[in-house]
Design a protein around this ligand. Sequence first.
Ligand SMILES: *Cc1c(COP(=O)(O)O)cnc(C)c1O
Length: 336
Amino acid sequence: MTTQQARKALGFFPTPLRELRHLSLLLNGPRILIKRDDQTGLALGGNKTRKLEYLIGDAMAKGADTIVTGGAAQSNHCRQTAAACATSGLACHLALGGSEPADVNGNLLLDRLFNAQIHWSGESRKGENIPQIVAELEKQGKKPYVVPYGGSNEIGALGFVEAARELDRQMTETSLDISHIVFASSSGGTQAGLLTGKKLVNRNFDIVGINIDKDEGGDIPFREYIHTLTNDTMAKLQQTYRFSEDEIILRDDFVGEGYGEVGVLEREAIEMLARHEGILLDPIYTGRAMGGLISMIRNQEFGPQDSVLFWHTGGTPALFAYARQMSEIRFQKSDL
Ligand SMILES: *Cc1c(COP(=O)(O)O)cnc(C)c1O
């Protein structure tokens, strides 16, 4: 890293890189590999560990005593932030969308265990009310540090620049070539970091983000957001290259009914990976992204020479919070 960016060790790296032979055979598809960021080690794992190493490092370097962030009630990012705070001796405030549910499960159960203070935020599930929480904390004499939605700014993205370096080393060690990296993209830090890192290590795999959320009116279009964040991350690392917007590959064709709406695409992918590879996916992010990858393979989007890496970004605890929707799998006619 060319900058002197503070970093707090929170996870176990490198994460495993493995082959999914059964899945390749089953789909009569290209070689498929998986990068196990569900095994990053922090509170049941996930991609946010990588970003939080830089964000919590930055917060501590700046003398903060309290972290404020936000997300949906079942946010993996919030759960991992709460755990990072617990191990770093920082207080944690979470702005969560919706209202207190009767059944506390999945990520929310873990937020509570990590002693995060929860602010129920109704309609806002992207931390829109964080400024008020910060003002209140400052009035109390606290030193709050805001971690952005999904941990995605040019500091958090550094975690995925480092992840690209990690993958580059694993590829060299195992003489492996990869043509595509496919993963769930929703706040952009993973994609921006991987794009930046790909330039730094001089690899030419395609970085294919599967959009899991619909753009809402008033939002900056997600592709444009990723584009800006990628170039901000390049600038932060004193890189002179700038990406053009059409270099950002974002698939919008698998969003289904929108964020958190579990459909046949997700269920089939979750069931397939569980039955044939013994791997757990979550209904919101990795189930949708894997469902997208399976569809792309069935549509012959890859050639026999391609090697496709699925980046498992975590989310396992949400599986339990969606138990009811998941149990409906039994009633689906399955052609697996
Ligand atoms: C946050 C998250 C993503 C998306 O990563 P971004 O960097 O926010 O785009 C994907 N999968 C899981 C499980 C996540 O929690």
